[in-house]
Design a protein around this ligand. Structure first.
Ligand code: SF4
Length: 499
């Protein structure tokens, strides 16, 4: 109802189904909008919106900006690098404050806003004697149905009849994050763990939807008994079993998939099963709403702690694993460096999973933090690294930043914040980094994007944007040096705020 009100939809005396229908239509209309603005971008602070307006980067629609970007780079269209890059920023803002934010809100409406909970992470969550089903990709819809299907008493009984001790669901990548955040389903790993999970020899079925799914998965699975099941009409992979997900038949499909996994259990070869190590406990579920609630309903205590210097600032570490970087090294090293310097870390995506595996998503990890941050974490009983969700949930970080900025009456670009994508890999990570920068958040990348062919582009992204959004990109592969850059930027913004 709160979000329907934001869209100007009448609520009083109406059935919730009717409100939901109007809200869904209102949200869908934003993708090809001709009204020159996005509703949820109104959540941005006034000063930030004025900057967007001044430089012509206010997102006017979601798909509309993407289509225009494709047109601009067609032969003989936009030849001005500044013009192209400003439009790239507008396109990314349509993602962050539009598509991603809508996805987060819709997932919360359908499945509930995440609340803090504890669960487990790493390949050790796979079971030696249960039917292991790995849920991988980015879409919470089918996987939420599979969670329901796995509770079906008949299927539970069937799993026992087939010689197992039950059904064990685990997550992978951002489908895994969605399930971890809302249902506490253990998470087996991030993107570079997908083949390793199969190589434990213990996975009966890997169910994938879309994004970040290696096309090599069926080849890896063919060395073991694992069945790979694709479910999205737009993401088919040769060598997999295809079970199309449709909203009307979702539960039936989910039950079929669980049954298929159970039927595959007798094919597991116990001599080839190697599940490494023990799972690591994690605390997740930090939606923006729950962080605010933990602070007593307002960001004032956080602002007071920042003003007092107890917490210097906050950095969002996001993004993938990259084959050129030792898995998780960038995320974990950077997070440890930042918390040591009294900088609160919020995370999403594979970065959050990396820190979960490393034990940083636990209140006890506050012992690794500087004294100011440690005291705040101990007082609130929270970890110094907060798991805020999947990659689309970077929109939660934007909302948090907007709320803090609104409370102070400044723009996001004035806040002592930073962003980092130490091991970014997917195209989406670049969009995320760009909407962070376009929103005013200085962002350090651990892998150089393919822009080094143009000094003009480099200078604009690394320097020129400071005069526009008071933020910029930096590239620094060494996570300790990246922490130095982020701390320096936070100090610069603190000084400008006179704190
Ligand atoms: S962080 Fe990157 S690799 Fe991981 S799920 Fe998100 S987009 Fe995919």
């Amino acid at each position: 109802k709160r979000i329907a009100a934001e869209y100007g939809i009448a609520i009083e005396g109406r059935k919730k189904e009717d409100i939901a229908k109007d809200l869904a239509l209102g949200m869908l209309a934003e993708f090809g909008s001709i009204k020159n603005s996005l509703q949820l971008a109104e959540r941005a602070p006034q000063k930030t919106k004025e900057i967007w307006k001044q430089y012509g980067i206010t997102p006017r629609g979601i798909d509309r900006e993407i289509v225009e970007a494709l047109h601009r780079v067609h032969m003989g269209v936009d030849a001005d690098y500044v013009n192209i890059l400003l439009h790239a920023m507008r396109t990314s803002l349509g993602d962050g404050w539009g598509g991603s934010m809508i996805a987060t809100e819709c997932s919360d409406i359908l499945f509930g806003t995440p609340k803090p909970l504890t669960s487990w992470a790493n390949l050790g969550v796979l079971s030696l004697d249960k039917v292991n089903v790995v849920l991988h990709g980015h879409n919470p819809l089918l996987s939420e149905m599979i969670v329901q299907a796995a509770e079906d008493p008949e299927l539970k009984k069937y799993a026992i009849e087939k010689g197992s001790k039950g059904i064990n669901l685990v997550g992978m990548c951002c489908t895994g994050n969605e399930l971890l955040m809302r249902s506490g389903i253990p998470i087996a790993g991030n993107i570079l763990d997908q083949e390793l999970a199969i190589a434990t020899g213990s996975v009966e079925a890997m169910v994938v939807d879309y994004q970040c799914v290696f096309p090599s998965i069926p080849a890896t699975a063919s060395c073991y008994h694992t069945k790979v099941i694709t479910t999205s009409e737009k993401a088919k992979i040769p060598g997999t079993i295809y079970k199309e997900f449709k909203a009307e038949t979702a539960l039936t499909t989910a039950k079929e998939i669980i049954r298929l996994a159970i039927d595959n259990y007798p094919n597991r070869n116990p001599d080839r099963v190697r599940i490494p190590g023990k799972p690591m406990k994690v605390m997740a579920g930090f939606s923006e709403e729950e962080i605010r609630k933990a602070l007593g309903g307002t960001y004032k205590p956080l602002i007071d702690a920042i003003v007092a210097g107890q917490i210097k600032g906050c950095v969002g570490i996001v993004g993938c694993n990259h084959p050129r970087i030792k898995q998780d090294f960038g995320h974990v090293t950077l997070a440890k460096e930042l918390i040591k310097r009294n900088i609160l870390v919020v995370e999403t995506g594979c970065a959050a999973i990396a820190c979960g595996k490393a034990g940083l998503l636990l209140p006890e990890a506050a012992d690794l933090a500087g004294p100011g941050l440690k005291a705040v974490c101990n007082l609130l009983g929270i970890p110094p690294v907060l798991h805020m969700g999947s990659c689309v949930d970077n929109s939660r970080i934007l909302v948090l930043a907007a709320m803090v900025a609104n409370e102070l009456g400044v723009g996001i670009g004035d806040l002592p914040l930073g962003g980092a994508a130490p091991e970014w890999y997917s195209q989406k990570a670049i969009s995320i980094g760009t909407y962070f920068v376009a929103s005013g958040v200085y962002t350090v990348l651990g892998i150089p994007p393919k822009i080094f062919g143009s000094q003009n582009v480099l200078t604009l992204l690394a320097d020129g944007l400071k005069g526009i959004t008071n933020s910029a990109f930096a590239v620094e592969p060494d996570p300790v040096k990246a922490a130095d850059l982020l701390e320096a930027e936070i100090n610069r913004k603190r000084a400008a705020l006179n704190i």
